[in-house]
Design a protein around this ligand. Structure first.
Ligand code: GLY
Ligand code: MN
Ligand code: MN
Length: 443
């Protein structure tokens, strides 16, 4: 349980730097779908980051002060419930296994919190993010204030603990990197599998089933997000979900799918021809997107800004749009005009990436600090950051747009880890070049 104890100690050090206090980080609630049937349970990422504990109804409490302590509240042992729902650690076994200084039953929370908060200088929790937690905090604070005449002081300060944790989570440690690489490898294999089984006549949902099979077979607990399997014109719908459309000879298939493994996401998009051979126009646009991605990846290294990759991708995409006639030079002018005025957005309307980690769109500021009143510059990349690189081109029919490109939607997405000198693409198990995709689909 070493990484979790190390992270708790690191957070406690940040709390002490602000004068100390008490942090409260609950896990996610269970959500009922209908009588007796819950939605699949997924822990809260912040809570898991500090605990490694996946049971519902649990709270991490950290005390930063003269003595630093980490405390876990969790469900008590309950033989009756364990017969129905399975094993629960209970406080004592959980304390031992997950390396906490103390553990209590979750039912003790309202009794223990006012004691733990008595005379603490500040509270650290996700301010205003969760109505239930805000209400609990109010109850506990009132219980502490009620003891004023006994000489007890209530916390006077409040900090958003997520702000501290977001910065920690932005830089992945060695344990996180190892899991993310495994998640990425599983997802890469799933994309290769989807390519191998695809052929005209199959439904999108049948391709989705292949992805899910590969994820789960390799130990992934869930998809990291709802899988997109979009064939033909559906590829131009950015948030399309795998549906019941049939793969047609001559159409492309765009798959955006990644598994979650042990709490970490992967996020891959590949686009390939349903029949295994790119047509001329498909290949032309594919090569532009691939070149845009390569240009973006070349901008990922320490010292570069988060948006340098996006800017590089946009340049390549915009040039490609001019070269292919997607954009009419006579109307839009030069490359710099297209970039300056944003005409490329007709075919490329999203950003080239986002942080990735425990959450697919992971936490972490996208801007560096700046003096008051000045615009914050985009974030400077550092080793340990992880981000996606996902340029695309989406051609909806419109007057003046060459018809041979209509309904083509292409995105290529990989996950990059910033290293000491550059970056490592951890999703390369998924075939990506035209030659590799066509060779994979022949198998
Ligand atoms: N799959 C979500 C995204 O690419 O951002
Ligand atoms: Mn994606
Ligand atoms: Mn993404």
């Amino acid at each position: 349980m070493k990484p979790y104890a190390t992270r708790r100690a690191a957070l406690i050090a940040l709390m002490n730097a602000k004068g100390g206090g008490v942090a409260v980080i609950p896990t996610a609630p269970e959500v009922m779908r209908n009588s007796d049937a819950d939605y699949p349970y997924r822990h809260d990422s912040y809570f898991y980051y500090l605990s490694g504990f996946t049971e519902p109804e649990a709270v991490v409490v950290l005390i930063a002060g003269k003595t630093n302590r980490s405390i876990l509240f969790c469900r008590d042992k309950n033989i009756e419930r364990e017969i129905w729902d399975g094993y629960r650690y209970g406080p004592e076994a959980a304390r031992e296994k997950f390396g906490f200084d103390a553990a209590f039953a979750i039912d003790e929370l309202d009794v223990e919190m006012p004691k733990l908060m008595a005379n603490a200088p500040a509270i650290f929790y996700a301010l205003g993010s969760d109505a239930q937690l805000d209400a609990q905090m109010q109850t506990w604070l009132q219980a502490v204030r009620a003891q004023a005449r006994a000489g007890i002081t209530a916390p006077a300060g409040a900090y958003d603990v997520h702000v501290l944790l977001n910065e920690m989570r932005l830089i992945k440690d060695a344990d996180e990197i190892a899991i993310m690489k495994r998640a990425a490898a599983i997802s890469g294999e799933a994309h290769a599998r989807a390519m191998r089984v695809s052929r005209p006549g199959l439904h999108e949902y049948q391709i989705e089933a292949e992805l899910l099979h590969e994820f789960r077979k390799n130990g992934s607990q869930f998809p990291a997000y709802t899988s997109i399997v979009a064939t033909g014109a559906n590829a131009c719908v950015l948030h399309y979900r795998a549906g019941d459309a049939v793969l047609r000879d001559g159409d492309l298939v765009l798959i955006d799918a990644g598994c979650e493994l042990d709490g970490y996401a992967s996020d891959i998009t590949r686009t390939y021809p349903a029949n295994g051979r790119f047509s001329g126009p498909q290949k032309t646009l594919y090569e532009i997107v691939l070149a845009a991605q390569a240009a973006a990846i070349a901008e990922i290294r320490p010292g570069k800004r988060f948006t340098d990759g996006h800017d590089a991708a946009v340049r390549v995409l915009a040039q490609g749009m001019l070269d292919t006639g997607l954009l009419d030079r006579k109307k839009v002018g030069t490359l710099d005009d297209v970039i300056g005025k944003g005409d490329y957005r007709q075919f490329y309307m999203h950003r080239t990436g986002h942080w990735i980690g425990m959450d697919v769109h992971d936490v972490g500021e996208y801007r560096d600090p700046a003096p008051a009143g000045e615009e914050k510059p985009w974030r400077t990349l550092q080793p340990g950051m992880a981000l996606t690189v996902e340029p695309g081109i989406y051609v909806r029919p419109a007057e003046g747009v060459p018809e041979q490109f209509w309904h083509i939607g292409i995105r290529i997405e990989d996950d990059a880890l910033v290293t000491a000198n550059g970056c490592e693409i951890i999703t390369s198990a998924a075939p990506k070049t035209v030659a590799d995709i066509e060779a994979t689909m022949k198998q």
